[in-house]
Design a protein around this ligand. Structure first.
Ligand code: HEM
Length: 545
């Protein structure tokens, strides 16, 4: 790990040197240009052109773009708070502005009307994703293997269709019942594991994220693959850790994303990403998929590259027992699907556990410094369970404050939306957008602006609870609150997030008082916490079951 970090640090040093050199070149070019009486190279309108004609069509310019680095200089010193920076820039350039990041033309959209246009009204024209090298490396050289990072296609539509029944089950369905029983069973296992590291009557510092991620991983794997692992199993621990490393990485912004020619300086980092993703795929093949297909066939499948040789001729034509089964069966029903697609889709969905684990860790961090929120959740749980049992999934409609705490966490940390890319020439707010333009959706602005929320700086789950005398309190989500995005590329996992997340958050708080060790380092506009993050303090509650 340390070696890997060293490689990244070395790469970063190299990058700094290269950037400094480049900056010198750019400054030289600028000096020559300004000496000749012309402004820098930008996408700004040239003087002499009819402004009326251009003003109607071009997206307003953002920061000046220079050769090679584009407008990346405007993000200098803001690496940890890119969305805050976009908000600052929107105050200067307007709610929709263009910004060339390296060589990539981008448009930053900062207000709800424009965001709605990108995601819904005009969503069919914004179905692409940026072609970052890291995305390709993580998915065996082709980001189209990934559900979240691919461009829109027949394959994506098919994959989403297969997933729907399992990721968005109807409340009355058997799959929802399964979610309920699995989340409760796994909550018991998880609380037992916590009981083993805490002492009644004492405050104990616990590396909670590691345990939480294993609980979430098992919930996902039990639901999707009908198998589970012991928390002490080193292979399982390694898989969970690797997923979390990837989740953290994918939530970072790197210069190489926008300056692909920097790739040689990131060779070590790319190798590490590739190794992680291969390890995960191997784990899923060995522990899940190979058990479903004949032993001989599994043995014949050597490396991940060989998986496509598999034809689904030994898959039964019965009702699928779970998501893995449904995926394997779809190999026969959908001739365009290959074994690799199945593996990658399973990987994507099992990987969803990292998002849930990180989210619960963040929710507990919010609660740790706001004991009144924890108490309100406990009171709600007490009312519903009579103090006789742990909360379960079917209690969710009666516990809006608990569910609202998850929403408020997502608003407060402002979990970002994956960038979209225009797949054809189109418009936003009447401004011309060319095919290939990357659209960065600044939902941080929407989540934190007083234009949308009362006291947005206050963590208050009540803002999502609708109370009216004579009716049961219920969840109220304003349409501009988009933690899972909306439209055709909306998150497929949101029901799993709110289901498993709800049971875990309530269950932990029914059993423990949660406190912070010190000032908690919570990154801005990021759902991910570093793989080795802060511990939390747990104190078992008197009389907890
Ligand atoms: C707190 C947890 C999560 C949050 C906040 C979240 C949020 C998001 C967001 C904002 C997007 C981008 C949508 C867009 O580009 O318009 C997305 C996409 C996606 N999410 Fe989630 N997600 C979470 C957990 C999960 C889980 C658990 C799964 C799987 C079980 C999942 C599966 C997906 C997939 C497959 C996509 C890509 C959809 C597409 O591009 O067509 N997510 N998610």
């Amino acid at each position: 790990m340390d070696t890997a970090k060293g490689v990244v640090a070395a790469a970063a040093d190299n990058v700094t040197v290269v950037l400094l050199l480049l900056l010198s070149v750019v400054l030289l070019i600028l000096a020559v240009k300004s000496a000749s009486g012309r402004g820098p190279w930008t996408s700004r309108r040239r003087p002499g052109k009819s402004t009326a004609a251009v003003a109607l069509t071009a997206v307003p310019d953002g920061p000046t773009a220079y050769p090679v680095i584009g407008a990346l200089h405007a993000m200098d010193g803001h690496r940890d708070k890119p969305f805050h920076r976009f908000t600052e820039l929107s105050h200067k350039y307007g709610p929709v502005f263009s910004m060339t990041m390296g060589s990539m033309p981008c448009v930053i959209v900062n207000d709800f009307d424009s965001i709605k246009e990108v995601l819904i009204t005009n969503g069919s024209k914004f179905g692409g994703r940026p072609d970052f090298s890291r995305y390709n490396v993580l998915f065996a050289g082709d980001r189209n293997n990934s559900l979240a990072l691919c461009d829109w296609s027949w394959l994506q539509e098919t994959r989403r269709k297969i997933a729907r029944k399992y990721c968005s089950p109807k409340v009355c369905s058997s799959n929802y019942g399964l979610l309920d029983s699995i989340s409760s069973d796994e909550l018991d296992v998880f609380l037992e594991s916590l009981a083993a590291v805490t002492i009644r009557g004492f405050e104990c510092e616990v590396q909670l994220k590691k345990q939480l991620l294993m609980a979430c991983a098992n919930m996902f794997i039990r639901f999707m693959c009908s198998t589970q692992f012991e928390y002490g199993d080193p292979k399982f621990q390694n898989m969970v850790r690797t997923f979390d490393e990837i989740f953290w990485d994918i939530n970072q912004g790197y210069a190489v994303d926008f300056l692909p020619w920097l790739k040689p300086f990131y060779a070590g980092h790319m190798r590490k990403l590739s190794k992680w993703s291969t390890q995960i795929r191997r784990f899923i093949m060995d522990t899940v998929v190979s058990k479903r297909i004949s032993y001989a066939k599994a043995a014949a499948l050597g490396s991940p590259g060989d998986y496509n040789d598999y034809a689904a001729d030994d898959v039964d034509e019965q009702e699928p027992i779970d998501f893995t089964d449904a995926l394997l069966m779809s190999l026969r029903k959908e001739p365009g699907l290959k074994m690799n697609h199945v593996l990658f889709e399973l990987e994507d969905f099992i990987g969803g556990h990292s998002a849930v684990g990180n989210m619960i860790m963040l929710a507990l961090s919010m609660v740790a410094t706001r004991p009144h929120v924890a108490q309100a959740i406990r009171d709600e749980a007490e009312q519903v369970t009579g103090g006789q049992r742990l909360v379960r999934l079917y209690d969710k409609p009666d516990m809006p404050y608990t569910e609202a705490t998850l929403f408020e966490t997502l608003r407060f940390i402002s979990s970002p939306i994956v960038p979209h890319v225009a797949t054809e020439d189109t418009t936003i707010k009447g401004f011309k957008i060319s095919k290939g333009t990357c659209i960065i959706i600044n939902n941080y602005e929407i989540n934190t602006s007083p234009a949308y929320w009362d006291n947005p700086e206050v963590f208050d789950p009540n803002r999502f609870v609708h109370r009216e005398s004579g009716t049961k309190p219920c969840i109220r989500k304003p349409e501009y609150f988009l933690p899972f995005s909306t439209g055709k590329r909306t998150c497929i996992g949101q029901q799993l997030v709110s289901g498993f997340g709800f049971v875990l958050l309530a269950g932990i708080l029914q059993r423990y008082e949660v406190k912070a060790t010190a000032q908690l380092a919570i990154p801005e506009a990021r759902l991910a916490l570093p793989p080795d993050t802060y511990p939390l303090i747990l104190k078992p509650l008197d009389g907890s079951r």
